[in-house]
Design a protein around this ligand. Structure first.
Ligand code: PAF
Length: 309
């Protein structure tokens, strides 16, 4: 199987490194040519909970060089999904499957619109990854990956993907209710990402401090209310307890949104807390705390330019 991971960020680098342990042909597609060449020559250095090791990963900036792919894993930020999917077209053939484990809601829809829903496999991962440098990543936390299709079907290729992931040490299972799963992950990101990005605190600290814990609880309660009104079945009986447990389990993690803010990069706020605000508006329910979190993160994003000036 030819597997192509698209995007050399924290999660893309970690996934490509692990998958390169398999007997499959694994590539990393990076739109930056110089960076792709560096990774192709030096591989990816991984440090963290899986030890210190180096993965030999083939990398290219040119989809034509890679050729037709059996599995393409989209690992770019949610706001870059459309451009990434347009870029992978030369590698797509009839049997290609596209997997997205990205944060937020909306990626499956974007990919489906461009390539057809039958090609798309969604999912969520609790793996922790911190970007250190191009070609260097910290495996910040182990965590389960769950994959599934929007129509609930489990075709044979999905079982193969599960088998490949598990064989390289990425604990993976299949779910028939991917919508419930993605919303459950969304609720976790709603509670953690914006709050850590605004306060610049690691995940564990926001449940230790009473001020941030209060905000986290309000934001999560709003998200759970929206999910309930939309009749989405969350996979946790007590979503709030789950979000707090994730904070504790990933206590020293710098959330992906805080990593973005520290690197002065655009965040995924539009695909996380802003989803709750938009859906709440449509349903006529309140999402005041999420609305404030969105506004503050947007303000931080717009401050990058001022800081450079
Ligand atoms: O986006 C992230 O950083 C992760 O999804 C999570 C679970 C919040 C852990 O840091």
């Amino acid at each position: 199987m030819r597997i192509v991971v698209v995007g050399p960020g924290a999660m893309g680098s970690l996934l490509a490194s692990f998958l390169s342990k398999s007997k499959e042909e694994v590539w990393l597609l990076d739109k930056d040519r110089a960076r792709a060449e560096k990774i192709d020559q030096q591989g990816i250095i991984v440090e963290g909970v899986s030890g210190n090791w180096q993965a030999k990963v083939r990398a290219s900036s040119n989809p034509q060089t890679i050729g037709k792919a059996d599995l393409i894993i989209i690992s770019v930020k949610a706001y870059d999904t459309k451009e990434a999917v347009l870029g992978v077209r030369p590698m797509v053939f009839e049997n290609t499957r596209i997997l997205t484990l990205q944060n937020g809601i909306g990626n499956i829809e974007i990919i489906s619109e461009l390539l057809g829903q039958e090609k798309v496999i969604g999912g969520a991962t609790n793996l922790g990854a911190t970007f250190l440098d191009p070609g260097k990543v910290r495996h910040a936390g182990k965590g389960e990956t769950v994959i599934g299709r929007i129509d609930g079907k489990i075709p044979v290729e999905m079982r193969s993907i599960r088998q490949i992931f598990n064989a390289v040490g990425l604990e993976t299972r299949i779910s028939r209710d991917i919508k419930g799963l993605l919303w459950s992950k969304l609720v976790i990101n709603v509670g953690i990402n914006a709050l850590t990005a605004i306060t610049r605190l690691p995940n564990g600290r926001i449940v230790e401090l009473e001020w941030t814990r209060r905000v986290l609880r309000e934001a999560v309660t709003e998200a759970v209310r929206v999910a309930k009104r939309k009749k989405i079945k969350l996979i946790y009986d007590d979503p709030l307890a789950k979000v707090e447990a994730v904070c504790e389990a990933t206590a020293t993690n710098i959330s992906s949104m805080l990593q973005d803010v520290l690197r002065k990069k655009r965040t995924e706020i539009d695909f996380i807390n802003a989803v709750i605000v938009r859906q709440a508006q449509e349903l006529g329910v309140a999402a005041v705390v999420n609305s404030v979190l969105v506004d503050l993160v947007k303000a931080i994003e717009s401050s990058y330019k001022l800081m450079e000036a």
